[in-house]
Design a binder for this molecule. Structure first.
Ligand code: SIN
Ligand code: CO
Length: 389
């Protein structure tokens, strides 16, 4: 469900037209900073967990400048850090802290499939991750303390990187524009804009990061899927071939036919669309969305629903749907569910929420198709029955 966009006076449509993927935008007091209650200690706690991706970046006082350490960390590691010039970064915080997942709802003026995660950083005085460029759009929200951002929109030369370090840090960076961000302020940056944010005192920054599959990732993943599929047993054919003018000449007709194969022209759009839906919803951590060992029957689910359980979406499960002709497809964590188009409202309801208030949808609870849909999603590990209460 789309909540109010944190864009100040600007409408989401105005943002998409003039800024998204085009130019930076500073929004003062975009969000109320008192709504993010994560403390530096809680962030450090997440960085000690084995499954959670975290990094520590030390500008100095490490074995070399801009030293990178990957988590998980021992709690004692934090006690031995210097007083300044370091940053702790934790990825995918939205998957672990429901309040942070809720924050993402305010960014749903960009479709769900483009959203990646919320990364949160804690920096000591003068801490930064160095001047760099990212390949994805980002909203940098200041949650605690102050950070001075400098940006440069000029293209970055391929050789402008510090050699022999684990991070992509610019050798030479001059700020074109500069702002001091206070709690609640937010800076939007499109991909490719060089930026450097330096903490002024201790501070925390939340990065809402977006996904943009690289061409290599899309083509490579589809090619892997294709090779494993039955279709890969097809071979090039050339009945009615013209007599060659020279045996070594690779003629234009052969080239065109081979290019058509590479352009996937023989693969129906429906097949490609279905593959894309599965690919785009694959869980970032594959083992985080697992099917139930003992699948439940629709009857059991129906009975369970009558007890008003709390149903929640697995935070790693991405959901999208497509509508083509008379077909409604729901993609959930890499699975495809082909559905009757009459299920559009329930599908939207499932996609819109991450906590399911079943008393709002009593009209569907006797509907066999809806119960089957919930059963499939629960059995796939996409929707979880929360038994913590
Ligand atoms: C940070 O939070 O320190 C870095 C975020 C970024 O530059 O992308
Ligand atoms: Co960045």
């Amino acid at each position: 469900m789309a909540a109010r966009a944190p864009l100040g006076q600007l409408s989401p449509a105005g943002f998409l037209q003039d800024y998204w993927q085009q130019q930076p935008l500073l929004i003062r007091q975009a969000l109320d900073p008192t709504t993010f209650s994560l403390s530096p200690d809680e962030l450090a706690g997440l960085a000690c967990e084995t499954d959670i991706e975290s990094r520590l970046i030390l500008e100095k006082d490490g074995p070399q400048p801009w030293y990178l350490e990957n988590g998980p960390f021992d709690a004692e590691r934090f006690a031995s850090l210097p007083d300044s010039h370091w940053t702790l970064l934790v990825q995918d915080v939205d998957k672990y802290i429901p309040q942070i997942a809720e924050l993402l709802h305010q960014f749903r003026f960009i479709p769900d499939w483009r959203i990646d995660d919320v990364m949160i950083s804690y920096a000591t005085n003068h801490g930064s991750v160095g001047p760099h460029v990212d390949n994805y759009d980002v909203f940098l929200l200041q949650t605690h303390g102050r950070r001075r951002w400098r940006i440069n929109t000029q293209p970055v030369a391929d050789d402008n990187f510090i050699p022999d370090i684990a991070l992509h840090i610019l050798k030479q960076f001059d700020g074109e524009q500069e702002w001091l961000l206070e709690p609640g302020d937010m800076l939007y940056l499109p991909p490719g804009v060089a930026h450097h944010g330096i903490a002024e005192g201790e501070c925390m920054t939340m990065s809402v990061g977006f996904r943009a599959p690289s061409y290599a990732q899309l083509i490579g993943s589809y090619a892997d899927d294709y090779v494993e599929s039955q279709q890969s047993h097809r071979f090039y054919t050339d009945p009615g071939r013209d007599l060659p003018d020279h045996p070594a000449h690779l003629d234009s007709r052969s080239l065109a036919e081979l290019r058509a194969i590479l352009r996937l022209e023989s693969i129906p759009d429906t097949r490609l669309n279905e593959w894309l839906g599965c690919f785009l919803t694959e869980a970032k951590q594959h083992d985080a969305v697992l099917p139930l060992e003992t699948p439940l029957s629709p009857d059991t689910i129906k009975q369970t629903l009558s007890q008003q359980p709390v149903l929640v979406r697995n935070p790693w499960a991405r959901l999208i749907y497509t509508q083509q002709e008379n077909q409604l497809n729901l993609f959930a964590a890499g699975h495809l569910l082909r559905l009757d188009p009459t299920l559009l409202d329930p599908v939207r309801w499932i996609c819109d929420h991450d906590v399911y208030a079943l008393d709002n949808v009593t009209q569907w609870q006797q509907d066999t198709a809806f119960i089957q849909l919930l059963t499939d999603l629960i059995n796939a590990g996409v929707i979880l029955i929360d038994e913590t209460d």
